[in-house]
Write a protein that binds this ligand. Structure first.
Ligand code: ADP
Ligand code: MG
Length: 621
């Protein structure tokens, strides 16, 4: 008996559904693409309870004749493609003729559709892909599709669904994406009876971006570049507004949302040397190129594309974004010594934390030390005009407590008077009785420590991050939350917001109280004690990225990842001016621990430089 049979169309559709229809958001994506292809200028999406039970898309597009409406649900039924040659130059969003068949095979569908110039429209009801009712109805021009009980006949798929909040958040993100792809269409999204997105449909991308990303989007730089046959338009964040994840990078190729490593690296290349490690630009970029220069038929959900010339695409994005960034007049300018002095004061980058005092940190000469001691004894009043000759003078001028800022050479060249409290705090006996001293700091980033025949450079951010992380992890049961006087609203991508809201319990354990505050905005009412309110919004975004990054299978891994994020955001940063006392406290913790060799993300905390190595460098050996 032959073993090979051709699968029934129902089974084939179920298999196709596995690729095209993953969750309510993918259904919405397909239905929105159909509505756009139908030439709609107004599209409304409504879901209830995350879209699993009820999901409706209404458009005012061209509609379908009765016969077409029925054919539309057959596999490989499409009006967008006739011949194989057509595949080479696709200008519509859909073309595979799979979506309706696939969606219908795993749900119950009601369709109402009417074309222009006819009196009545067509109404169909389908169960698991089969038409069970058909009638003529009166309805407006366009198409309405209601999808109910998604995956009711495929329980295996049902099991993969997340909570309503998460699925609803993903639907919201899918609508936002289409709204950004098609600013010429007015999109409305209603979730559980509440309208949460409404774009004007004027064709202005700014307006659509504003509706999706909110007020912050006004700070983005406008991209508008054209080369023969290629164009790049949209908005990119300024280097100073970089995000902690790539979640806010949105690319469209010929109006189709795509994921592409090529586009991502071309974008980021334009920011080279302008972003800190772990920071990413945000963007909404439309790349348009001749239809035959791109192959969109490489992925069932059409989210991936192949370019005829990767180099042309890379250059187009790279230079287009670069041009936009260079147009920004308020960008920090590097001032070179030889450059003519500007009439206005030179740009001074803002410090994230208001530095309390000037870093003045070096070993004094014996004579300076003597002056210093005398200065301390005489305890003079602050003298604004005092010459900046010694460390003491600098401190005095700034009306700061004396001594704290000064590192004393070992051994001290002069014994300070008995009345003096000896500034010995930089010389710490190690358990093994090897004293060390903090020599100073390089580039406001690396603390120099000398110990015996060794010197260490400690990355202050990495060290602080690691120490905070361990502290947080050790106290996990008893993380102290701080209630915020005024709650902080954080606008996120819709799926990120939903992910946070779906993990409120876990976040509460970590000191965060998060509330829903309109679609894709959450309200932070309480944050971990270790975090400053200023860093809270960014931390929330990073945590959402942690949660979204797919590591959510193991709760402990996620918890650690979040603790890393909190530690990273709460830690002092390279480039900050820190009080030497703070630095000293940090060094103490590092030096007392043998194991502090790696920070949570695996970067080294401490590198050493032995006297021998130096002597070799100087050819002394
Ligand atoms: P594809 O979009 O790849 O052609 P679909 O299964 O998504 O395949 O749709 C099949 C056909 O049904 C489309 O080619 C189109 O002719 C018709 N159709 C689907 N949705 C609509 C709509 N909202 N308005 C008008 N026609 C539609
Ligand atoms: Mg389609």
């Amino acid at each position: 008996m032959p073993k090979i049979i051709q699968l029934s169309s129902h089974v084939a559709n179920l298999i196709a559904a596995g690729e095209v229809v993953e969750r309510p958001a993918s259904v919405v994506k397909e239905l929105l693409e159909n509505a756009v292809d139908a030439g709609a200028s107004k599209i409304t999406v409504e879901i209830r309870d995350g879209g699993m039970i009820f999901l409706r898309v209404t458009d005012n597009g061209c509609g379908m004749e009765a016969e077409d409406a029925k054919t539309a649900f057959l596999r490989h039924a499409t009006s967008k493609l006739r011949t194989a040659e057509d595949l080479a130059a696709i200008s519509t969003m859909g073309f595979r003729g799979e979506a309706l068949a696939a969606i219908a095979s795993v749900s119950r569908i009601d369709l109402m559709t009417k074309t222009a110039g006819t009196v009545s429209g067509t109404s169909l009801h389908l169960e698991a892909g089969a038409i069970t009712e058909e009638s003529e109805v009166g309805c407006p021009e366009g198409t309405t599709i209601i999808v109910r009980d998604l995956f009711y006949n495929t329980p295996a798929r049902m099991k993969f669904m997340k909570s309503d909040t998460v699925e609803g958040g993903r639907v919201s993100a899918a609508v936002q994406l289409q709204a950004l792809a098609h600013p010429e269409v007015a999109f409305t999204f209603i979730r559980d009876g509440k309208q949460i997105l409404s774009t004007p449909g004027t064709g202005e991308l700014d307006a659509a971006v504003y509706c999706v990303y909110g007020r912050d989007s006004a700070r983005m730089a406008k991209v508008d570049s054209r080369w023969d046959g290629y164009s790049l338009t949209g908005f990119v964040s300024k280097p100073t507004d970089a995000r902690p994840s790539r979640n806010m990078q949105t690319f469209f190729v010929n109006d189709r949302p795509v994921r592409s490593k090529l586009l991502m690296s071309a974008l980021e290349e334009a920011y080279r040397n302008q972003l800190m490690v772990g920071k990413f630009p945000a963007c909404v970029l439309h790349l348009r190129l001749p239809a035959n220069a791109v192959d969109v038929n490489v992925h069932p959900a059409k989210t991936e594309v192949k370019f005829l010339s990767e180099k042309a695409v890379f250059d187009c994005v790279h230079y287009g974004v670069l041009a936009a960034l260079n147009k920004q007049t308020d960008r920090p300018q590097v001032q070179f010594k030889s450059a003519p002095q500007p009439a206005v004061p030179a740009y001074k980058p803002a410090q994230p934390a208001a530095p309390k005092q000037q870093t003045f940190f070096r070993t004094m000469t014996a004579e300076e030390y003597k002056n210093f001691s005398t200065a301390v004894k005489e305890a003079p009043k602050p003298q604004p005009a005092a010459a900046v000759a010694t460390a003491a003078a600098v401190e005095r001028q700034q009306n700061l407590p004396l001594r704290e800022n000064v590192c004393i050479p070992t051994p001290p060249p002069v014994t300070p008077p008995a009345a003096e409290k000896e500034p010995e705090q930089t010389v710490m006996p190690m358990p093994q009785q090897i004293p060390w001293r903090m020599v100073g700091e390089l580039y406001n980033s690396y603390i120099i420590v000398e110990q015996g025949e060794d010197a260490f450079l400690i990355d202050k951010h990495a060290a602080h991050e690691r120490i905070l992380f361990e502290k947080l992890k050790a106290n996990q049961e008893a993380i102290t939350p701080q209630l915020l006087l005024s709650p902080i609203p954080v606008q996120l991508r819709a799926d990120a917001a939903a992910e946070l809201l779906n993990n409120t319990e876990l976040l509460a354990e970590l000191g965060f109280e998060i509330e829903e505050f309109g679609d894709s905005t959450v309200l932070l009412r309480q944050i971990s004690m270790d975090l400053s309110p200023a860093a809270a919004a960014e931390a929330a975004e990073s945590i959402a990225a942690d949660l979204l990054s797919g590591r959510r299978e193991k709760k402990d891994t996620v918890r650690d990842e979040i603790l890393h994020t909190v530690a990273c955001k709460a830690a002092i940063k390279a480039g900050w001016l820190n009080d030497p006392k703070e630095l000293l406290a940090l060094v103490k913790q590092v030096m007392e621990r043998e194991d502090l060799k790696y920070c949570p993300h695996g970067r080294p905390i401490c590198v050493s430089l032995s006297k021998k190595q130096l002597e070799k460098q100087f050819k002394r050996t």
